[in-house]
Design a protein around this ligand. Structure first.
Ligand code: HEM
Length: 467
C-alpha cells in the first residue's frame, strides 16, 4: 500500500484514479540502482517509472547489462514498430510460448507473413459482424450470473464472460466445465509462469535454459491438452449455421492452396484464446472501476444503452449508437492499456529520436507512459472520456496505441472493441455499479495490466435508484 497515491476528490475536469507512485528521481545505472528497478518491476511492470519518464520523449538506459531506449515520442515509436530494422526480442517469447506455441503472436519473418495473410479473413469487419450475437449471448450470460447478487468480484465475472465470448466465437460453444478449466489454467499461468524471471534476463535465446521452466511447460501442456479437446469436440459436431473462427481457420489456405496443418490450427486457437480473453477482461475491469469512481459518466453511458439495448445489436453500425460508451472504453485503454509494454530489438544500427541505436539495443515502447505523458496529453491522469468523443477515429491520435502499430498491430482489435462494448452495455443496462469499499485499486502489470487485488463491486439493479 505504500505505493498508493490517495484517491483525489472528483475535480471539475474528470476523476483522477489512483496510480502507482511515480519515483521522483532516476534510479541510476549503478548495481544498486538496477536492483531497485528490478524490485519495483517485480512488484509491477508499471511501478518503476520516474517523473522524467513522463516528460522526456526518449531516455537511454542500461538494465541487466542490456542497453535500451525508453521511447515515448509517438512518431518515432510508430516508425520503429513499422520498420523492418526491428524485430520482437527472442527472449520476449519465453514466458508466452508454452501457452501459445508457434501461432501468430510468436511467429517471425516469412512464417509470420504467411500466417498473418491466412488469418486476415478471420478478422475482417464482416467476420466480426457475424460474431455479434455471440457477444450478446456472453453479455446476457454475465448478467444472468450476477442476477440477485448485491456485490460481486467483477474481475472474475469479466474473466468468465470474455472467455465465454471467445469460446462462442471460436468454437460455437459456451464456457461450461471445460471452459472453467481453461479459465483456471489461464489465471494460474498469468499469476505465476507468465512473469518475466531472472533466467529470462540471462538466457541468450528463446530456447536457452528452458529446462528451468518446468511450471511453464507443465501448465502450458495442460492448456494445450484442453484446447486440443475443444477442437476435437467442435470438429465432431455439425457445422453451425454461422461460421465460427475455427471454421474460418479450417477454411484458410496457405499460399500454395494447402489447408493449415493441425498443429498450426491448435497454436492459432491457443493464441486467440490467450491473447483474446485476458486482455479484454482487463479492459472491462478497468472500465467498470472508472465508471464506479465516476457515477455521473456511468449514468450518461447507461442512458445510451437503455435507449439502444445490447440485445438489439445486429450490425457493427448499431454500436455507433453508444458514442460515450465507446469513448469510455478508449479512455480506459488510454489510462490502463491492457498490454502496457511493447518491446522491439534493433537488428541493425539506426538513429531513433536523435539517439544512436546499436544492433541488439532494446526499444521499450510503453503505452502506459505514452498515454500518461505530460507533453502529449492534457490532464493526462484524469478520466475524461469526452476527449475521444469528437475524434472521427481514435487511431488518428498518434500518442494512442493500445493495440500497437505497424504490421504487427493487434489483429483482434475490432473483435475486442465490439465484444467489450456489448458486454459493458449489458452490465450497465441492468446494474448501477459502485465500489464496495474505498481501498484504491492499483494496476499490477505482468504481461497484461491487471489489478493489485480483485475488489468487490456493489450492484444495484436498475429501477432501485441510488439515493
Ligand atoms: C483489449 C484487448 C486487446 C488489447 C489491448 C490487445 C493488444 C495487443 C497489442 C499491443 C499487440 C501488439 C504487440 C506487439 O506489437 O508486440 C497485439 C497483438 C496481437 N493480438 Fe491483441 N489485444 C487485444 C485483444 C485481442 C483479441 C480479442 C485477439 C484475438 C481474438 C487478439 C489477438 C492478437 C494477436 C494474434 C496478436 C499478434 C499479431 C501479430 O503479431 O501479427 N488480441 N494485441
Amino acid at each position: 500500500m505504500d505505493q498508493a497515491v490517495p484517491l483525489a476528490p472528483p475535480p471539475a475536469r474528470g476523476v483522477v484514479p489512483p496510480a502507482p507512485k511515480v519515483h521522483p528521481r532516476p534510479f541510476g545505472g549503478t548495481i544498486l540502482g538496477q536492483l531497485r528497478v528490478a524490485r519495483e518491476m517485480a512488484r509491477s511492470l508499471v511501478g518503476a517509472y520516474t517523473e522524467d519518464d513522463f516528460e522526456a520523449l526518449a531516455t537511454p538506459y542500461v538494465f541487466m547489462g542490456q542497453s535500451g531506449l525508453l521511447l515515448s515520442d509517438p512518431v518515432a515509436a510508430r516508425a520503429v514498430l513499422a520498420s523492418p530494422k526491428y524485430g520482437r526480442p527472442v527472449k520476449a517469447a519465453r514466458p508466452l510460448r508454452p501457452l501459445v506455441g508457434d501461432g501468430l503472436l510468436m511467429a517471425e519473418g516469412e512464417t509470420w507473413r504467411r500466417q498473418r495473410k491466412s488469418l486476415a479473413p478471420v478478422f475482417t469487419p464482416a467476420a466480426t459482424g457475424d460474431l455479434l450475437p455471440r457477444f450478446v449471448a456472453a453479455g446476457a450470460g454475465l448478467v444472468e450470473d450476477l442476477a440477485g447478487r448485491d456485490r460481486a468480484n467483477l474481475a472474475r465475472a469479466f474473466h468468465r464472460a470474455t472467455l465465454d465470448a471467445v469460446l462462442r466465437a471460436l468454437f460455437s460453444r459456451r464456457a461450461d466445465a471445460e471452459g472453467a478449466v481453461l479459465a483456471d489454467l489461464a489465471r494460474r499461468y498469468m499469476e505465476g509462469p507468465a512473469h518475466f524471471n531472472f533466467f529470462d534476463y540471462v538466457a541468450r535465446g528463446a530456447d536457452d535454459l528452458t529446462f528451468l521452466d518446468g511450471e511453464r511447460r507443465r501448465v502450458g501442456g495442460q492448456w494445450f491438452k484442453a484446447v486440443d479437446a475443444l477442437i476435437a469436440a467442435r470438429r465432431a459436431c455439425p457445422h453451425p449455421a454461422v461460421l465460427d473462427l475455427l471454421d474460418r481457420l479450417l477454411a484458410a489456405r496457405t499460399e500454395d492452396g494447402a489447408p493449415l496443418p493441425d498443429q498450426e490450427i491448435r497454436d492459432q486457437c491457443s493464441s486467440m484464446l490467450a491473447a483474446g480473453f485476458e486482455t479484454t477482461s482487463r479492459l472491462l475491469f478497468w472500465a467498470a472501476y472508472l465508471l464506479a469512481l465516476d457515477p455521473e459518466t456511468q449514468d450518461r453511458a447507461r442512458a445510451e444503452v437503455l435507449a439502444a439495448p445490447a440485445d438489439e445489436v445486429a450490425s457493427l453500425d448499431d454500436l455507433k449508437r453508444w458514442p460515450l460508451l465507446r469513448a469510455v472504453l478508449f479512455e480506459t485503454l488510454r489510462l490502463y492499456p491492457s498490454a502496457p509494454l511493447i518491446v522491439r530489438q534493433a537488428l541493425e544500427a539506426d538513429t531513433v529520436a536523435g539517439h544512436a541505436v546499436a544492433p541488439g539495443c532494446m526499444i521499450t515502447i510503453s503505452p502506459w507512459v505514452i498515454h500518461r505523458h505530460r507533453k502529449l496529453w492534457e490532464d493526462p491522469t484524469a478520466f475524461r472520456p469526452e476527449r475521444f468523443i469528437d475524434q472521427a477515429h481514435p487511431w488518428g491520435i498518434e500518442a494512442f496505441l493500445p493495440f500497437g502499430a505497424g504490421p504487427r498491430v493487434c489483429i483482434g482489435a475490432g473483435f475486442a472493441l465490439a465484444e467489450a462494448q456489448i458486454v459493458l452495455a449489458s452490465l450497465l443496462a441492468r446494474f448501477q455499479i459502485a465500489m464496495a469499499d474505498e481501498r484504491p485499486v492499483l494496476p499490477k502489470a505482468s504481461i497484461t495490466l491487471g489489478p493489485d487485488h480483485e475488489p468487490d463491486f456493489r450492484l444495484t439493479p436498475i429501477g432501485q435508484a441510488r439515493p
